[in-house]
Design a protein around this ligand. Sequence first.
Ligand SMILES: [Zn+2]
Length: 170
Amino acid sequence: MDQSNSEVSDFSDAGAGTNNPMCKCGRRSRILTAFTLPNIGRRFYTCENYVNIDNRGCGFFKWVDMDICQHGKRVVSKLFEWHKNLKIEHAQIGTTISNEILKCKIELAEYKSKMEVGSINFEIQLQMHKNKVHAREIKYQFALACSLIVVAVLMFYPVTNRYSSRFMLP
Ligand SMILES: [Zn+2]
């Protein structure tokens, strides 16, 4: 049972003890602890079938603990109020932290998608650069082959021409 949201709790429930008085149902009553002002923390006997303040079984009720002094009640009430405020503050902090975590997750997802897009662009540019380099290599190889052919022709042409002219001389 959630003590903060209910007016009673089985926090100190001793169960249906053999010394507990009988309720109107003819069964041993149970002990619950009140969490209502001005009886916070005061235990009472109630029906075994007690569910909540609107459904109290046969309605049997008897205090277990003596009433405390007015000063004790004020102290307990103040402590209870502090506890409630702390729980509210705790819930608000939890909500703030959850929102911050959510923001961080969104920012991280955006950063990841930007990184992926950047990576893809980089890959595309790298591939284009590789293609340019490859095309340039082919050009240079073609130019080198042409140059070699020209050099070979220039080397052999005069010799052939010399022999030809020698053969053609009388
Ligand atoms: Zn009963």
